[in-house]
Design a protein around this ligand. Structure first.
Ligand SMILES: Nc1ncnc2c1ncn2[C@@H]1O[C@H](COP(=O)(O)OP(=O)(O)OP(=O)(O)O)[C@@H](O)[C@H]1O
Length: 281
């Protein structure tokens, strides 16, 4: 750990994930504290390279920067902006659900990051509370593009949809179809978690979770948080819509957050659509 890698001295182990180990490191030349992701499994090197190529081209206030990617002594290293602070998942575990106003602020930031990605044909594919850090009070930063893939880049594996986190997966991802709408489903899961402290789709096995997701079968959020506004319930309902074509987009979420009255418009077709989503073959 004391041996610098290309001028980066590893200072602290941060954690490990699906793609390898993350360390905090210090770069003497630039006097910058960074996060370095070291790839543990060489067969995933292409995924890692993909993560680097996608992220390095992005500039958004709510997406962690990528500084560089290199391979040193056979070790793939991704150098990222170091983000101090808990993930939304850690925050909820410690403090319980967010007040509605704070949840809406974070939602707006993440929706704006998604709108930015989707306008570039990039689908994140692994949006979840554990991949978003609260950098300063109220400032969200999206991490981890391990599964992101520009819609135009070559398909890496056919297993992409299986690598994602099951409880945040959209119905269409179970049959291998990830699209920008799949990120919006995950945004609905995130909002539900921020407002109730619980994931909408639980279960003892992956297949049980999968069945619930595909039916859009979740407990109404006001049952867990009785003070919840109708606007929040409607947002969740429109994001957790089984049909990806009828699901709210990131841009529509931003519009609704600026003009919540849009969410109050009566949606008399809503129950019919919900019923059809459940029963259609
Ligand atoms: N840029 C960063 N700054 C600070 N901490 C980070 C950064 N990137 C990742 N981490 C932290 O490092 C740990 C491992 O992250 P990593 O992204 O490898 O996996 P994960 O998100 O926990 O799991 P998975 O890869 O399965 O999605 C997590 O605790 C994460 O919060």
């Amino acid at each position: 750990m004391n041996q610098p890698i290309r001028g980066y001295t590893l200072t602290q182990w941060v954690g490990s994930g699906g793609m390898g180990e993350v360390y905090q490191a210090y770069h003497t030349a630039t006097q910058r504290t960074v996060a370095i992701k070291l790839l543990s499994r060489m067969e995933q090197a292409e995924r890692f390279r993909n993560e680097a190529a996608v992220q390095a081209s992005l500039r958004h206030p709510h997406i962690a920067l990528v500084y560089e990617f290199f391979v040193e002594n056979g070790l793939s290293c991704l150098v990222l902006e170091y983000i101090e602070g808990p993930t939304i998942e850690q925050y909820i575990r410690k403090n319980g659900p967010f007040p509605e106003e704070a949840a809406w602020k974070l939602l707006a930031q993440i929706a704006s990051a998604l709108e930015y990605l989707h306008s570039r044909d990039i689908v994140h594919r692994d949006l979840k509370a554990g991949n978003i850090k609260i950098a300063r009070p109220g400032k969200a930063k999206l991490l981890d593009f391990g599964l992101a893939r520009a819609a135009t880049s070559p398909k890496l594996t056919h297993e992409g949809h299986l690598i994602g986190t099951a409880s945040s997966m959209a119905p269409e991802q179970f049959s291998g179809r990830s699209r920008s709408a799949s990120d919006c489903w995950a945004l609905g899961v995130l909002l539900y978690e921020m407002l109730t402290g619980q994931p909408p789709f639980g279960g003892n096995t992956q297949s049980e979770i999968g069945r619930r997701i595909q039916k859009g079968d979740y407990l109404a959020p006001h049952k867990l948080n009785p003070g919840l506004s109708k606007a929040s319930e409607r947002l969740i309902d429109r994001l957790l819509t089984v049909s990806p074509d009828r699901r709210m987009t990131a841009r529509q979420v931003l519009e609704a957050l600026h003009h919540p009255a849009l969410l109050n418009a009566p949606d008399w077709m809503g129950p019919v659509r919900k019923w059809w989503d459940r029963v259609k073959p």
